[in-house]
Design a protein around this ligand. Structure first.
Ligand code: TTJ
Length: 659
């Protein structure tokens, strides 16, 4: 039943939601795809909270054909009783009152997720329509809201109740279900991405052991394997670290697993080692990924190093006159997941993905210092412990060797008087924010690029051979490779633990290689190197793929370029006859002017910006595609046969610069 009039308090409430439509960015960050998915996570987080606190064991997400999404749990149900001050059902407050969120006070749940915790009312405000169904006490309740244009007010009223909270009848179910239709007047594109959602749903299943998360995409065909998937991991982050390590040759089966509570912070840590040299630590706070790390990771690292050094001394592995091992030695080949749950988490850093709370460092350090020695001294773990000690000793030897090699190389360069960046044609401009570095495949294309560029802000670095595949080599071997060293010196940031983005000499690092197999391989190798040793360069969006045209179409004096087959066909059709079509096989076939017009000039070029949407997935894919196990690679490429190798490696968004 629709209601014709509203009480004063409701009108005030309704006016509040309009603010969300005026500045959606303030509430969900962006109205691009990311923001659209933020709506879904906002609702999902509420259902997960109910389950994580023990009141539900199932959360189901459904993507419907009509563009809506629904989220359902089998929990206690969003309360339907009357709000004492507002005199409307509590569930209506949840969806119409800004900041009310899914929780009525902080005591409902001990810890709760939520990306920013803006609440269900924001989702309602940014939806064309939203329905909520609550099954509680044997009764099914329902309410509907909509954002519709009001003729009198001459504006859209946001998330307005279309019905009262109605009793639909009796039910045996219990729980809450919310369905919403994202508003296409707000979002550029209202289509949900199943793969993005599936990845996060799997992650949430790992982070919340024992909860079953179902994802159904009704837009897919009945027989599509992705139409209905279900995730449930009883091993929690222990299972997660195994999953991360799956294709990296794990050194032992059962991860080290520590769980407990310290200073009112819930802490869970799972650790496994693999045959490689790299370190992959993935951390979470209240189910939110913290790819930039922060205090919880610092506490973990400090205590872990301390415990293993103490053990090594006692066991006589470290002799009296030997110095302690460095933390990074104990982390060579380590894959770890750290998940903590705490109140008042403070996120810092450029992308707000770094934990800042000092008390988290103290708690995690204290917790690991208390519990890890028990693990280490337990005789059942002797094999794992000695494996780790041996691995650390090996890493320490290699680090020493690498240091010597580096010093040697530096001496040699000094002697020969040739700076490492000898091949680099630098630019004259001194403002790093304006400057671009093109890494170009081959000396001849490099020469063309040097002539065609705008030397005021564009630098060219030609690559002679193929750089080393860093996934298959130890760090000292990678660093001994001249192509790689040239790149490191040119960028100025350093690598690995000493990487510093603020020293970056070029705001855009553009990989320019031929559109063939070799070019694709060089691209993949460079991207792998950046991801492994200069990750923020990628995650902060400084890496691009240059796109030289595939075709040149000439008719009389008129010249057009095409970057793909479809465009070429369109141009050819338009020109009808009397044109000549040239297919570029490589960069080398272009003269400097053509290269400028098509590939270098910011006004006319097309580039792809590389983004790593999900670091764990990217990490796994790189292991599969660039590592040394052939079988998973074959399976994987077979599964994604329609993509290029590097499209599978990273998700890239096409980004037209300068237009
Ligand atoms: C609050 O405290 C009393 C008992 O119920 C608690 C609650 O809010 N539970 C709850 C909320 N369960 N599920 C939700 C929920 C589920 C979805 C899908 C969406 C929203 C906004 C809330």
């Amino acid at each position: 039943m629709a209601k014709a009039t509203y009480s004063a308090s409701e009108i005030r409430v309704l006016e509040g939601l309009e603010a969300v439509r005026v500045r959606p960015g303030m509430y969900i960050g962006t109205t691009e795809t990311r923001g659209l998915h933020h709506l879904l996570w906002e609702i999902v987080d509420n259902a997960i909270d109910e389950a994580a606190n023990g009141f539900a064991d199932r959360v189901t997400i459904t993507l419907h054909k009509d563009g809506s999404a629904s989220v359902e749990d089998n929990g206690r149900g969003i309360p339907v009783d009357e709000h004492p001050q507002l005199k409307i059902p509590a569930v209506q407050v949840v969806f119409t009152q800004l900041h009310a969120g899914g929780k009525f006070d902080n005591k409902s749940y001990e810890y709760s997720g939520g990306l920013h915790g803006v609440g269900a009312s924001v989702v309602n405000a940014l939806s064309r329509k939203l329905t909520v169904e609550v099954a509680v006490g044997g009764i099914l309740y329902r309410q509907e809201y909509a954002s519709i244009y009001d003729e009198t007010a001459k504006k859209v009223i946001a998330g307005k109740p279309m019905t009262e909270l109605c009793e639909l009848g009796r039910t045996r179910r219990k729980g809450s279900r919310v369905t919403f239709w994202p508003d296409d007047r707000i979002f550029d594109d209202v289509r949900f991405n199943r793969d993005t959602i599936a990845r996060r749903v799997r992650e949430l299943a790992f982070l919340n052991p024992g909860i079953t998360l179902n994802l159904t995409d009704e837009r897919l065909k009945q027989d599509d394997a992705n139409r209905e998937v279900s995730f449930c991991y009883h091993g929690g982050i222990s299972d997660y670290v195994k999953y991360i390590n799956e294709d990296k040759s794990p050194l032992f089966e059962s991860p080290i697993y520590l769980k407990g509570r310290q200073d009112n912070i819930l802490i869970e840590i799972a650790i496994q080692y693999n045959a490689g040299e790299g370190e992959s630590i993935f951390s979470f706070v209240n189910n939110i990924p913290t790819p930039e790390g922060g205090t919880h990771e610092m506490g973990f690292k400090a205590a872990y190093t301390k415990c293993f050094n103490e053990y090594s001394r006692k066991a006589g592995i470290l002799k009296e006159k030997e110095a302690n091992r460095a933390g990074e030695d104990y982390r060579a080949g380590m894959s770890a997941v750290i998940s903590i749950k705490m109140q008042n988490a403070q996120f810092e850093g450029q992308t707000k993905s770094k934990l800042g709370n000092p008390e988290a460092r103290v708690a995690v350090d204290g917790f690991v210092s208390d519990t890890l020695p028990d693990y280490i001294s337990d005789l059942r773990n002797a094999k794992v412990v000695s494996l780790i000690a041996e691995k650390a000793a090996q890493a320490a030897r290699e680090r020493e060797a690498a240091k010597k090699a580096k010093t040697l190389a530096r001496e040699r360069n000094k002697l020969e008087g040739a700076p490492l960046v000898g091949k680099l044609a630098s630019c004259t401009g001194r403002n790093p924010k304006e400057n671009e570095l093109f890494i170009v495949e081959g000396d001849s294309a490099g020469g063309t690029a040097k002539q065609g560029r705008d030397r005021r802000f564009q630098a060219i670095l030609p690559l002679r051979g193929k750089p080393l595949n860093s996934e298959k080599r130890r760090i000292d071997q990678v660093l001994a490779n001249e192509e790689i060293r040239t790149i490191i010196t040119a960028l100025g940031t350093g690598i690995d633990s000493s990487f510093d983005l603020s020293n970056l000499k070029y705001d855009r690092v553009i990989i320019l290689s031929d559109a063939d197999q070799d070019g694709a391989h060089i691209r993949a190798i460079l991207l792998t190197f950046f991801f492994r040793f200069m990750r923020p360069l990628v995650t902060e969006g400084h890496v691009y793929i240059g796109m030289p045209p595939l075709y040149k179409i000439t008719k009389g004096k008129k010249v057009e370029y095409a970057y793909d087959d479809a465009t070429m066909e369109r141009i050819v059709k338009k020109m009808e006859r009397g044109y000549t079509l040239q297919r570029y096989k490589g960069l080398g076939e272009m003269n400097p002017e053509q290269l400028w017009d098509t590939t270098l000039n910011p006004e006319t070029r097309t580039m792809m910006r590389v983004s790593v949407e999900d670091a764990i997935e990217a990490d796994r894919r790189i292991s599969i595609l660039m590592g040394d196990k052939a079988e998973p690679r074959r399976d994987y490429i077979y599964q994604y046969a329609e993509f290029n190798k590097e499209d599978v490696l990273y998700k890239m968004e096409v980004n037209r610069i300068g237009q």
